[in-house]
Design a binder for this molecule. Sequence first.
Ligand code: FAD
Ligand code: NAI
Length: 475
Amino acid sequence: MSKQFDVIVIGGGPGGYIAAIRAAQLGFSVACIDKWKNAKGGPALGGTCTNVGCIPSKALLQSSEHYEHAGHHFADHGIGVTGLSLDMNKMMGRKNTVVKQNNEGVLYLFKKNKVTFFHGRGSFAAARDGAYDIQVAGAAQEVISGKHIIVATGSNARTLPGTPFDEETVLSNDGALRMTAVPKKLGLIGAGVIGLEMGSVWRRLGAEVTVLEGLPTFLGAVDQQIAKEAHKAFVKQGLKIELGVKIGEIEHTDQGVSVAYTNAKGEALTLDVDKLVISIGRVANTIGLAPEAVGLILDERGAIVVDADCKTNLPNVWAVGDVVRGPMLAHKAEEEGVAVAERIAGQHGHVNFNTIPWVIYTSPEIAWVGQTQEQLEAAGRAYKSGTFPFLANGRARAMGDTTGMVKMLADATTDEILGVHIVGAMASELIAECVVAMEFRASSEDIARICHAHPSLSEATKEAALAVDKRTLNF
Ligand code: FAD
Ligand code: NAI
């Protein structure tokens, strides 16, 4: 007889492994199947996020920022650096160690919470007797059975038709995080989150970076006042960003890759680079899951169709994270994983899509929660706006990093905070206060009346709240 579980989770990324742990905490017998292999063929739990996403990208962003500071900014503090050098092997090795620590951390958490881990590919085999048979194809083949199935199979990088990733010269996020030498010229297609983060890493390390973006607007989903400020900073740093391009033929050359494109003025141009990163979004992944074996419905883009509670069309089959609708973010996947485990236990798991923060970990960082000015205007919502520049913040001056601002948008009548948008140092940390405030439906006056530590960047958030009422104290 096959092994029986209350809950089987397919996929061990942030959506899946967190769902498995929460389900185990709630007293269920839980299995999690994940197929990711490390260089030695062993398990590498944590999914895209841990292996080729959030974690390695942030490790390289940190290393490359240190390098840039040592090379260009230490002198401002009176610190002289001679003989600055770059050891790519060491930098990549450190990144790999950080990834490994996270892989092992998840395995440890599974043991601690008594989640049974299967290393291999999971696919639907059959539905019978109120349960689902899942085929596990790993070192061995076996079928396990579960009353509830949570699919958390994530996403893959989107390819440009006719230009598959070879991870040598045409790179996805995977190859972009594994280059062993700094390319002289690096091209990126797509000025989205990955384009800007990876472009920043390699520019800081010395590459000449050009980003080609199809849309005429820079970071169209971001509040445009913030996006403009960020654009200015990136261009000043030396990132070449071409907006409104149309990509044509992409050819391999002796030197690397040649990208033919038409620019916004309609001129036909060519970009010759050593390496090309294609970062034009990601697609839901159900490869090898065999959804057809049980009649699990996907939408026209290949995502698993779910309702607001992450229920699929099949009883007791749920799906969370990048494989379903909504933003492709690790913390969104985690929240859905927790909520589904709690729903299976009969509790009222809840994800508030209005308060999911976004962060782009460039320098300056860009972070936001809630609605942009453009969205409020499109919806005809009456709002008040307050901004405060880091230039007027004592801590930012002391740090020597005064780029950017905090912008707060509040309802014109009730003063409820509708969105907060930050471009500047540590925006990723500053946004947390704003998420809490919005989750508790705070007003801008609430933030304005709360004591913030001095000197801290968070005072800029308080001042932006004061600015909503046109009464900043330090500007
Ligand atoms: P995934 O993390 O993709 O995990 C899915 C897992 O399922 C994988 O391990 C996969 O191997 C496994 N799997 C798939 N099919 C099967 C199967 N049939 N059987 C067994 N296992 C299977 N998000 C942020 O919030 N912050 C960031 O800073 C951030 N940075 C990013 C940087 C990059 C370069 C990239 C590419 C993404 C980044 N993201 C970031 C997005 C984030 O990585 C994803 O939103 C998140 O990983 C989604 O989690 P998930 O659990 O849905 O899927
Ligand atoms: P993205 O959606 O952020 O950006 C893709 C960009 O490519 C867009 O600006 C789009 O207009 C452009 N584009 C699409 N097709 C194009 C074409 N044919 N020619 C030129 N430009 C084109 O996607 P990206 O950067 O690939 O990242 C995928 C996802 O991964 C993100 O949306 C995000 O959900 C997640 N991620 C999150 C991070 C974070 O939270 N810090 C970091 C990195 C990724």
